[in-house]
Design a protein. Structure first.
Lengths: 111, 113
């Protein structure tokens, strides 16, 4: 059974800092790894999707990496802004096409 | 292109009642998945529908059931509601099951009293 863990559970940084969010998974037989953003009480916004054959994906200030052999993915956010404050969730896709989510990292970027 | 939509936005029910939640998938998407997200937790997979057939189910009891229609919209039905069913219910659509990116709707907040 796939288990996904995210560390840290919460993070507070001043505006402008670069930061890294971590995601680990127990079963390396994944099809892809997806990072999401969730604002309080809202749905999920897809940020980046990394296929199992890829090592990383970039979108603007976001860069996500995937190391299947070690069961890890990281989300790097450059030059953080207050608007980046949200909960960030990672999820792996395995068999049965279901996403298995971590519990998220709650990020607060302060002025 | 219209994104994934869900209705209603909020819902309050009492224990033992039944509820139906609705989801319209993104244009061109034939796969719909449903997730339950309890407060402070990550979403949990309920089930997936692909071309009107169930295509995988998570660890949820049979009182959670679903449908997918020919236009690929979907319903989630929950019978005999329990207090622990209070959660945000999320619907996601994708072009095909498996490798594709999943796109989520805004969710339905269900409160069971």
């Amino acid at each position: 059974k796939q288990e996904v863990t995210q560390i840290p559970a919460a993070l507070s940084v001043p505006e402008g800092e670069n930061l890294v969010l971590n995601c680990s998974f127990t079963d390396s037989a994944i099809y892809n790894l997806q990072w999401f953003r969730q604002d309080p009480g809202k749905g999920l916004t897809s940020l980046l999707l990394i296929q199992s054959s890829q090592r990383e994906q970039t979108s603007g200030r976001l860069n996500a990496s995937l190391d299947k052999s070690s069961g890890r993915s990281t989300l790097y956010i450059a030059a953080s802004q207050p608007g980046d404050s949200a909960t960030y969730l990672c999820a792996s896709t395995g068999t049965a096409s279901k996403l298995t989510f971590g519990t998220g990292t709650r990020l607060q970027v302060t002025l | 292109e219209t994104g994934v939509t869900q209705s209603p936005t909020h819902l309050i029910k009492t224990r033992g009642q039944q509820v139906t939640l609705r989801c319209s998938s993104q244009s061109g998407h034939n796969t719909v998945s449903w997730y339950q997200q309890a407060l402070g937790q990550g979403p949990q997979f309920i089930f997936q529908y692909y071309r009107e057939e169930e295509n995988g189910r998570g660890n949820f009891p049979p009182r959670f059931s679903g449908l997918q229609f020919p236009n690929y919209s979907s319903e989630l039905n929950v019978n005999a509601l329990e207090l622990d069913d209070s959660a945000l219910y999320l619907c996601a659509s994708s072009p095909d099951p498996g490798l594709d990116e999943q796109f989520f709707g805004p969710g339905t907040r269900l409160t069971v009293l």
